[in-house]
Design a protein around this ligand. Structure first.
Ligand SMILES: [Zn+2]
Ligand SMILES: [Zn+2]
Length: 380
């Protein structure tokens, strides 16, 4: 079928992207879903820092690639029922179901899938690295040329074909905006708290770096009844953190003066400096969770002595140590109970054609989630 999508033509374009224009919005051909795959009409898609990392070349991916990995939509068609050769969970999906698209297809049978979310699926990761679906190859073409998938999703488009293992069904009372955010920001940020930090009742949770992922971590910690400390260099982010329930919100340089030390600290900024700030904010006996993705060459300064004498734990949480099928229903329950106001993460609404500029705004640091919304009028 013909779809409309935003294709990233090359990585490493210079900023500002509004000038270098790395995206082309236009028609593509999308194959039918194969066995174990699903055709989804995209309703909402978030712009995440991991998209920017591909645009600016920090994460090298094959191009041309149709970006976008945080999204929700409605199932329009199902491929054949998965057989032995296709990785799939019990097929309870129906046409018309609303689904969260996730960037972590899980085969369920590899050694990594047996780590309870600590490691991402070997099969899914290999497909993601190749820009392919776990079923092999691409379903996206333009002028006869293959276009790569982004993290098995490619949601900056009117429609997507994805593996059954890349979607989690949610009830229709979960609106598309909320469902989309569950797919990356909440899965990653919430998972850093719940799966990796594992705070005990009454523990204070601190979050360093209040972008989409960090703010989602903050919201989940507040929802679970923890006192939360927000740490960021931007006053507007600190004000937002206070609005969303942080009892303390400070710049890193002011942290020492507050005397705050938290048993669980999440680093979600993706820089060595933020990691050092997170260590400094962690109480003796506490856990520092790092979920940010710094540049590969980044190095931080750590005192091994304090790790020993203060019995500290440092946990790397890749993608929130998430198991989407297990974790997403928990966040939905919290949202439905009125305890997780994810709508507050949407900082602006944009169209596909705004993506170049959206990347500049994301790089500038002022945005939580810019959301692309689709409706029948945009469907060719
Ligand atoms: Zn993301
Ligand atoms: Zn696996």
């Amino acid at each position: 079928m013909r779809i409309t999508g935003a294709v990233l033509e090359r990585t490493g374009s210079p900023a500002p992207f509004a000038t270098s224009r790395p995206f082309t919005v236009g028609p593509l051909d999308l194959d039918e879903p194969r066995a174990g795959e699903v055709l989804v009409r995209i309703e909402a898609a978030g712009v995440c820092h991991s998209d920017l990392s591909v645009v600016d070349g920090n994460r090298v991916r094959p191009t041309p690639m149709l970006l976008g990995h945080e999204a929700a939509g409605v199932v329009e068609a199902l491929g054949e029922t998965p057989g032995e050769a296709v990785h799939g969970s019990p097929d309870d999906l129906r046409v018309g179901d609303r689904v969260v698209l996730t960037f972590l297809p899980r085969c369920g049978t590899c050694p990594e899938c047996a780590t309870d979310g600590r490691l991402p699926c070997r099969v899914g990761s290999a497909a993601n690295t190749q820009g392919a679906l776990v079923g092999g190859g691409t379903r996206l073409h333009r002028d006869g040329q293959d276009v790569h998938h982004h993290l098995g999703v490619s949601a900056f488009a009117t429609h997507a074909v994805v593996s059954r293992t890349s979607v989690v069904r949610v009830d229709h009372d979960v609106p598309p905006d909320v469902a989309a955010l569950l797919g990356c920001a909440v899965l990653t940020g919430g998972g850093a708290v719940v799966n990796a930090g594992r705070p005990r009742t009454g523990d204070t949770v601190a979050v360093v770096g209040l972008g989409g992922v960090g703010m989602a971590a903050l919201l989940v910690a507040v929802a679970l009844g923890h006192e939360v400390v927000g740490i960021d260099t931007r006053p507007d982010k600190l004000a937002a953190a206070r609005r969303l329930g942080a009892s303390v919100a400070v710049e890193p340089d002011d942290l020492g003066a507050t005397g705050v030390l938290a048993p669980v600290v999440v680093e979600a900024a993706g820089s060595a400096r933020a990691f050092e700030t997170a260590l400094a904010a962690t109480a003796p006996g506490g856990t520092t969770v790092t979920v940010g993705l710094p540049a590969p060459a980044a190095r931080a300064s750590v005192s091994p002595l304090t790790l020993t004498t203060e019995a500290r734990t440092v946990v790397g949480s890749y993608l929130g140590s998430a198991v989407p099928e297990r974790d997403i229903p928990r966040y939905v329950d919290l949202w439905r109970a009125g305890r997780l106001p994810l709508e507050a993460l949407v900082s602006s609404r944009i169209a596909l054609t705004d993506l170049d500029l959206a990347m500049d705004r994301l790089a500038a640091g002022g945005e939580l989630r810019q959301l692309i919304t689709f409706d029948e009028r945009t469907t060719p």
